[in-house]
Design a protein around this ligand. Structure first.
Ligand code: AMO
Length: 453
């Protein structure tokens, strides 16, 4: 007999079918037993009444992988469960309950609606905890965000590219770079796909990529990982700075709208609202945003070169309260605080043609118009103490007709975190890396492992 998926079972009332999946919960009551099993398409209630099948039921534990052959039966009116795809039927295990792969006794109960575990335990048991429906749903949202990002990037006419993560220089500058030993040379893990996406504008005009980015973040926060996933776009032949703002707001809002519209049930499960997306996203320069925050809080921010996490929250409260928006775009950060490739504003070069997109209190995107003139770029590097020789291949692209261009990057884990209002970014990464963990807690690795790592 051929396996059918659980979501297809309601189409087979009165027929004998074969399903495969995992046990969620088992309820044994002597002469009758029930179990809930699930596959990638949903949950199914199985009822067991015959002595042979009840015998087979004895060995079932939570997360045992099973094959069941049985009769699909319509449920009585008052037993209908509208919350699951198979809520109108149940499967009577008439023919077979076969264990495909046994499961050890779980270290904690996984049958409840929520997994009430502390974050370190949730991460220590990741291959297991990821199986919990609510945890799995975080990554349903993440996959949907990546898919919708790709779709929006394609709509903008971008070509997908795949770029290296081993580089000869640090892309974003600063100290947050992992050095690696590379055949007796010093190399770095890329802090972003930045340099390669810019080079590729000279080839395809418009490009996008989903790439890993490595930051040796020396602090433990709820919003930083040492290995993050960036979703980047870079666009050439722009006419003006605002073209970039239009593009990032289009991609950001359409991606989030499509994902939240398609997965309302997951939002409900996490008790989060659908995002507020006005037709025009509010845009403020950094200084305008700071003035608004000062008016609201009394804090003097006139010498601050950036928004700190509290300021980001405050300006998002403002956007929500006064503009009915969960988004706000902040532009014109000080040139000296942004990476060397950022274009200074020709009107006032102290500030740059840069931007961040904030969503529900946190920066989810950053980017800028770029310096596309070769001489100006070499000059900008030198001013930031970046050695142009380490970037020879990058710079080559600017010698051969690089048009005015710019781009941006979304942090996929930050986006996922804020769409579901998770408390910590680690919950939005399958296998999060931070200062304290590479799968296992670094503090628990043996001395030999430490030396080898
Ligand atoms: P930036 O460094 O601001 O810009 O990164 C872009 C976006 O990536 C996410 N992000 C992170 N997420 C988790 N942990 C981290 N340590 C982390 N660092 C960054 C954030 C952030 O908004 N090359 C530029 C982008 C560009 O100019 O196109 C860059 O990397 O959501």
């Amino acid at each position: 007999m051929k396996r059918i998926l659980i979501a297809q079972t309601p189409e087979h009332i009165g027929e004998t079918v074969e399903v495969e999946g995992w046990i969620q919960t088992v309820r044994k009551h002597g002469k009758i037993a029930f179990f809930d099993m699930y596959d990638k398409t949903g949950l199914l209630q199985v009822v067991v009444v015959t002595p042979e099948r009840l015998q087979e039921c004895q060995a079932l534990e939570q997360r045992t992988a099973v094959k069941v052959v049985g009769l699909v039966k319509k449920r009585g009116e008052k037993y209908v469960n509208p919350n699951i795809v198979t809520g109108t039927i149940e499967l009577e295990a008439t023919e077979k309950i076969e264990i495909i792969a046994s499961s050890q006794i779980l270290p904690f109960d996984m049958g409840g609606k929520d997994l009430n575990l502390e974050l370190p335990t949730l991460l220590d048991y990741r291959p297991l905890t990821l199986k919990h429906e609510k945890v799995r749903d975080i990554f349903v949202i993440q996959a949907a965000l990546a898919k919708e990002f790709r779709k929006a990037a394609e709509e903008l006419g971008c070509t997908e590219i795949f770029v290296p993560t081993i580089a000869a220089g640090a892309t974003e500058g600063g100290a947050e770079v992992f050095k690696i030993e590379y055949f007796n040379h010093e190399a770095f893990l890329t802090q972003s796909p930045q340099l390669y996406k810019q080079v590729m504008v000279g080839v395809f005009e418009r490009v996008y990529t989903i790439a890993k980015a490595y930051r040796s973040e020396p602090s433990v926060t709820t919003r930083h990982l040492t290995e993050a996933t960036q979703m980047d776009i870079e666009i050439g032949f722009i006419e003006k700075f605002e073209d970039l703002l239009d593009a990032l707001e289009y991609v950001g809002t359409s991606m989030i709208k499509r994902v939240t519209d398609a997965h309302e049930h997951i939002l409900k499960e996490f008790t989060v609202e659908k995002p507020l997306i006005p037709t025009k996203i509010p845009r403020l320069t950094l200084r305008e945003a700071q003035e608004i925050i000062t008016k609201r809080t009394g804090k003097d921010l006139s010498n601050e070169p950036d928004l700190n996490p509290e300021d980001e929250k405050e300006i998002c409260f403002w956007a929500k309260e006064t503009q009915n928006s969960d988004f706000v775009t902040i532009t014109h950060f000080p040139t000296k605080k942004r990476a060397f490739y950022t274009m200074p504003d020709p009107q006032n070069p102290e500030y740059s043609l840069s931007y961040d997109l904030l969503f529900r209190g946190i920066e989810i995107l950053s980017g800028s118009q770029r310096v596309h003139n070769y001489e100006q770029l070499v000059d900008a590097m030198k001013k930031k103490n970046v050695n142009p020789e380490s970037f020879a291949m990058y710079l080559m692209a600017f010698k051969y007709g690089m048009p005015p261009e710019g781009g941006f990057s979304f942090g996929l884990e930050r986006l996922t975190m804020k769409v579901l209002e998770l408390a910590n970014i680690r919950e939005a990464s399958l296998f999060p890396r931070d200062m304290e963990r590479i799968d296992e807690r670094l503090s628990t690795l043996s001395h030999a492992d430490k030396k080898n790592s």
